[in-house]
Design a protein around this ligand. Structure first.
Ligand code: FAD
Length: 440
């Protein structure tokens, strides 16, 4: 039934497998399953006490597995090295990912923006499905096993864990993730292993993350969420980012889906210096409509103080900040406000200003930008161009995407391709035997 690859190599005090996958996250689990499907003996080494620790917290515990968009649209959502991902995505696309989970009794649903989630809203169902598949395919999963070194002598890799146990194999798949949310186990170990094999590391930086702002009035808005606003990030007169959505103010700056996405777009530029953020608080209203709206509010409150005339227009937390920025005395009677002052107020509502100064750290970043240079990896197999038999999968590589399920799609596709390629390269048979499996 199971076709084992030959050429197993045993080293003293260790056990031997044909393919070793390091890292039991999304990419590693998928890689192990795809390799095992080819009939190879697969050993999966994971440092944590359980598989897929990061997967548990994806999509706020619901796991946005992938996106149901047309497959070619995925590439528009990959921010770095989209072309490198062609082979992987077309080998194992978003619809195949969905089929895999559905065929394995994990029904999915599609929400706004094509985001795909398990019907149960439990990320744990996604992990359980993968873990079951690994069991079915007889993948040898070792938990609590942190790899500390990977070396190669002749045609054999030697993988040593922190308890000095050494495993050997003819192929190794590195799927150790990036640096984001290090508490989930991704602490960049794979970067070191790859660098020791001569691979180049593109400096990892946090992305899809909240940002710091300069102005002292921003922390006063802490906890305030603005829905349906328009955020623009400007470099001088040049617009770098312009989108609608939800923005959250925090004690240090700005966050929320709108700003997380912005962080991916402006990432390289913000590392070089501050950028201007301009928020349109009333994007649904034209200039005339906004002017009429304010006139109406002012008319109704004409004998009130300015500070008591904005409650219809703005959330309470925002009012003192807006008043401060407008320069209008809060005690002034509304009927004393001049046309110029009203115009200036409108200008602030249209362009609520802040200065972006940097990113929050890896502890809060959804993904890592940077990683192993993709020019040194074969895009059609995920095998290293430097070291035969060494493969890469997932966030460890210099590939990242926007929110919406695209980062997990990168993990599934690259994991699948790495496992498939390593498994097929391990075949001694001329005709690779495809095992019957939920992944196809
Ligand atoms: C809060 C949060 C929410 C997210 N939500 C989504 C979402 O809904 N949709 C989406 O598409 N993406 C989401 N992402 C991004 C997505 O989770 C990652 O892109 C994806 O998990 C990367 O998979 P990976 O397997 O490459 O890396 P990881 O998931 O980081 O897995 C790497 C594994 O390797 C193990 N490991 C590391 N070093 C060693 C070692 N030396 N020895 C043994 N094992 C080791 C780690 O313990 C870990 O289990 C989210 C990320 C975060 C942080």
């Amino acid at each position: 039934m199971f076709k084992r690859c030959t050429g197993l190599d045993v080293k003293e005090s260790g056990m031997s497998e044909q393919i070793i996958v390091i890292g039991g996250g999304a990419a590693g689990m998928m890689a192990a399953a795809a390799a095992a499907m080819q009939g190879c003996g697969v050993l999966l080494l994971e440092r944590n006490e359980k598989l897929g620790k990061k997967l548990y917290i994806t999509g706020k515990g619901r796991c946005n597995v992938t996106n149901a968009c047309d497959t070619e649209e995925i590439f528009e959502q990959i921010v770095r090295n989209a072309k490198f991902m062609y082979g992987a995505i077309y080998t194992y696309d978003n619809f195949q990912v969905m089929d895999f989970f559905e065929q394995n009794h994990t029904p999915l649903k599609t929400e706004r923006g094509g985001r795909v989630f398990p019907v149960s809203d439990h990320a744990s169902d996604i992990i359980r499905t993968l873990a079951k598949e690994l069991e079915r395919l007889q993948v040898d999963v070792r938990l609590h096993t942190r790899v500390t070194s990977v070396t190669k002598e002749n045609e054999t890799f030697y993988v040593t864990d922190r308890n000095h146990k050494t495993y050997s194999a003819s192929k190794v798949i590195l799927a150790t993730g990036g640096l984001s949310y290090p508490a989930t186990g991704s602490t960049g170990d794979g970067y070191l292993f790859a660098e020791q094999f001569g691979h180049t590391l593109i400096k990892p930086v946090p992305s899809l993350t909240a940002m710091y702002t300069e102005e002292s009035y921003i922390p006063k808005l802490q906890g305030l969420t603005l829905k349906n606003v328009r955020a623009r990030v400007l470099d001088g007169c040049k617009t770098l980012y312009d989108e609608f959505g939800e923005l959250l103010f925090t004690h240090f700056g700005v966050s929320g889906p709108l700003m997380l996405r912005a962080s991916a777009v402006i990432n390289d530029r913000l590392h070089k210096g501050p950028l201007r953020l301009s928020v349109d608080l009333k994007p649904a209203l034209t200039q005339e409509q906004l002017d009429r709206r304010i006139l109406r509010d002012f008319e109704q409150a004409r004998n009130k103080q300015f500070k008591n005339a904005l409650h219809q227009l703005l959330p309470a937390k925002m009012i003192p900040v807006l008043i401060d920025l407008s320069g209008i005395d809060p005690e002034r009677k509304v009927n004393e406000i001049t046309k110029e002052e009203r115009k200036h107020l409108i200008e602030i509502l249209r362009n609520f200003p802040a200065t972006l100064t940097g990113f929050r750290d890896f502890n809060e970043a959804i993904i890592t930008r940077g990683g192993i240079h993709v020019k040194e990896i074969h895009p059609s197999t995920m095998e290293s161009k430097r070291v035969k038999g060494l493969y890469f999968a997932g966030e460890l590589m210099d590939v990242d995407a926007m929110t919406g399920g695209f980062n997990l799609q990168i993990a599934w596709s690259s994991g699948y391709l790495a496992g498939l390629s390593a498994g097929q390269a391990g075949q001694t048979d001329e005709t690779p035997q495809k095992k019957e499996c939920g992944i196809s």
